[in-house]
Design a protein around this ligand. Structure first.
Ligand SMILES: *Cc1c(COP(=O)(O)O)cnc(C)c1O
Length: 412
């Protein structure tokens, strides 16, 4: 896959035109027809993201002494995250490049904590529900840990008793999701917290896709169960700014109950001729723009703005739930946040998915059980009727015998 670099420089205006054209075949997220990958909180938020990102685009979060501005913005973003998630006064955290990064750092921290404080003999392991994100597999692969995925209970939530049975003296972490990505349902974090305390095991709550929506949905009046540092067994959390925090991509938070726990994350190296290098997360260079854009969006929206945007998300989800139920689908569990998945008792949802795709929709699927899956944005409230109409057409096509279907739930 070699390609020769152009010999001569080219006009930016010409390149810009070409780049816009290259996007023609992409998913139509600006029309609200994408319910994965992109969070569309409106033009005003996008403008704040862009301008705030550009302002600190060249600055580097690796150098807090050179750029105290970024350090201060990171501390304030992390502080707001910790406060939203009921962390105690001594809690601490960092901005990372994304959920996978946050999860990897939390696993590394839990491992180093266990190695320092427990008698681990042999390969350390992590006990997680089947519904946990593949980022835990990635972390386990990179750190030579064993990941024990435990089947979910019939209600698709973490099976706490089965997870307890899988714990042994080499278990360094228990995982719960708030919510899980496939089902959009919040695991019983209270029960997992009791288990973690009883067994003296680190509990990580993966709130990558819930951390910056669940607190506001609760403020809007929903009965969201306790899922965060309010539960005393929770040692760490991952919460993505670039998902329901509506910040620019490349921003998540990894949060710890105490500075003493976070200390196990920090990498401190002096054994080279370049001087001592201390980095909290995996990255060396850290894009200043991702930090400044997160700070700007959080302050731009404030609690009031997030409550309003997330009301649109949950209103869209409720409209979809009602609509798909009328079309004969079965909503998985009782979703409360921005993700909803729904199965069909007779029709092949992989075929329905293909029909929707042919009508311009880029959405997703779950495999166990087979279901259609949507991760909703505020903008979707404006297009729920279009989605439901296209879904009705899709059902008709499949019922009429059109068997064109996707062969697997795969998007990359
Ligand atoms: C998105 C997601 C992740 C991974 O986050 P990235 O930012 O895509 O790396 C982890 N866990 C859950 C539950 C998620 O939804």
């Amino acid at each position: 896959m070699l390609k020769e670099m152009p010999q001569n420089s080219r006009d930016w205006s010409e390149l810009k035109k070409e780049m816009i054209e290259r996007g023609d075949g992409d998913a139509k997220w600006r029309e609200g027809k994408t319910a994965i990958y992109v969070f569309n909180a409106g033009e005003d938020v996008a403008q704040v993201q862009k301008e705030a990102y550009a302002m600190y685009m060249s600055e580097n979060g690796l150098g807090p002494l050179a750029f105290p501005s970024l350090k201060q913005m990171e501390d304030e973003v992390v502080g707001m995250g910790l406060n939203l998630l009921h962390a105690p006064e001594d809690a601490a955290g960092n901005i990372t490049s994304g959920g996978t990064d946050s999860i990897n750092m939390a696993v590394k921290t839990a491992r180093d904590y266990a190695l320092a404080n427990k008698s681990i003999e042999g390969q350390p392991n992590i006990v997680a529900p089947y519904s946990a994100h593949p980022a835990f597999d990635k972390a386990a692969t990179m750190m030579s840990l064993e990941l024990r995925r435990i089947p979910c209970a019939d209600n698709l939530l973490a099976d706490v008793a089965a997870m307890e049975a899988a714990i042994d003296s080499n278990t360094i972490m228990l995982v719960g999701s708030a919510p899980s990505f496939p089902y959009g349902l919040i695991d019983p974090i209270g029960d997992l917290g009791e288990l973690a305390t009883r067994q003296d095991v680190w509990l990580h709550v993966d709130a990558c896709v819930g951390g910056y929506i669940a607190p506001f949905v609760r403020m809007n009046g929903a009965d969201v169960p306790p899922f965060d540092f309010e539960i005393s067994g929770v040692c760490s959390m991952s919460a993505d700014l670039h998902k329901y925090g509506f910040c620019a991509k490349g921003a998540s938070t990894v949060l710890f109950r105490s500075e003493a726990l976070r200390a196990h994350m920090i990498f401190d190296c002096d054994d080279w001729p370049g001087g001592r290098m201390v980095t909290p997360t995996l990255a060396g260079t850290r894009p200043g723009g991702a930090i400044s854009a997160a700070w700007a969006v959080m302050n731009y929206l404030g609690t009031e703005g997030y409550c309003a945007k997330h009301k649109q998300v949950t209103d869209a989800r409720e409209a979809i739930e009602n609509g798909v139920s009328q079309l004969g689908f079965h909503v998985l569990g009782e979703p409360m946040l921005g993700i909803v998945a729904f199965s069909h008792p007779e029709l092949d949802v992989f075929a329905i998915y293909k029909q929707l795709y042919n009508r311009g929709w880029f959405t997703s699927l779950t495999t166990d059980p087979k279901a259609l899956h949507l991760m909703l944005s505020p903008y979707h409230l404006q297009v729920t009727d279009i989605y439901l109409a296209d879904l009705r057409d899709a059902i008709e096509a499949v019922s009429a015998g059109d068997s064109d279907a996707v062969t697997e739930a795969r998007y990359s």
